[in-house]
Design a protein around this ligand. Structure first.
Ligand SMILES: [Zn+2]
Length: 254
């Protein structure tokens, strides 16, 4: 199969990941990413902290389904880094619209250019980073930080975390075991700790929300040393099993 696909790519050098020819991305796929954000944390079972504290709010641009899935897969793992120019501006625009709700007046007073919101990308595994030659989620995090600033909220990207690799390969593990597997698999780097300083307000950024186990591990890695996680922003969220792929309600803050 592979050589045929490679050949097809040579013969058809420009195509949207959904298959539309002669454009790097099509209007239909761009429209799916036009936002605004919807809240999705209640479709992510592993975000539940089981300690009475409600799950961290998560905003997604779109369901992870249909052509959006093709766009994300080509962008991350098939060398379509040019799709940065589709995804980053879409997230930036949506983040600018979300900014006033994300940092209401009482929080905004605590923020300044010297003390911005820290936009923290969820780190890839070391193996994925090597295979891709970059951290695609950092592109999204930079766009979110830019959007928050456009919306009047001081913000900067802080890549503070790494995967430790202590977690086993996820293949063959059920959702519950995956959650346990990830516990403790994210840690803060010394450089990240310095960049965050004391009691930073953080926004997490990831590409796709599935069970929420990764976000929960990242939240713990930041809250342990005393930082506050205001919420998370993702490009797309996997629809809960048995549910139609939709995001609702589209209100900024519930
Ligand atoms: Zn398309």
């Amino acid at each position: 199969m592979r050589p045929v696909r490679e050949l097809a790519r040579l013969l058809l050098p420009v195509a949207c990941p959904c298959g539309e020819l002669d454009v790097p991305w099509c209007a239909r796929c761009a429209a799916l990413l036009a936002g605004p954000f919807g809240r999705v944390e209640h479709g992510a079972p592993r975000l539940d902290r089981l300690d009475g504290v409600p799950p961290v709010p998560v905003w997604a641009l779109t369901p992870y389904a249909g052509p959006v899935r093709d766009v994300v897969v080509h962008w991350k793992d098939r060398g379509r880094t040019d799709l940065d120019r589709l995804l980053a501006p879409a997230l930036r625009r949506a983040a600018a619209r979300l900014a006033p709700a994300l940092a209401p007046a009482r929080l905004a007073r605590a923020l300044s250019p010297a003390r911005p919101v820290a936009v923290v990308p969820v780190p890839s595994t070391a193996a994925a980073r090597r295979a891709r030659g970059r951290e695609p989620v950092a592109v999204l995090a930079r766009a979110v930080a830019g959007g928050l600033r456009d919306g009047g909220v001081p913000a900067r990207m802080v890549p503070a975390l790494v995967r430790t690799g202590r977690g086993r390969d996820q293949v063959g593990l059920g959702a519950r075991a995956r959650g346990r597997n990830l516990t403790g698999s994210v840690r803060m780097t010394r450089r990240g700790a310095r960049a965050l300083g004391q009691r930073s307000m953080c926004i997490l950024v990831d590409d796709v929300l599935t069970t929420g186990a990764t976000l929960a591990a990242v939240e713990r890695a930041l809250e342990g040393p005393g930082h506050d996680v205001l919420g998370a922003i993702v490009l797309a969220a996997t629809p809960a099993p048995g549910r139609a792929p939709r995001i609702a309600p589209r209100v900024p803050m519930g």
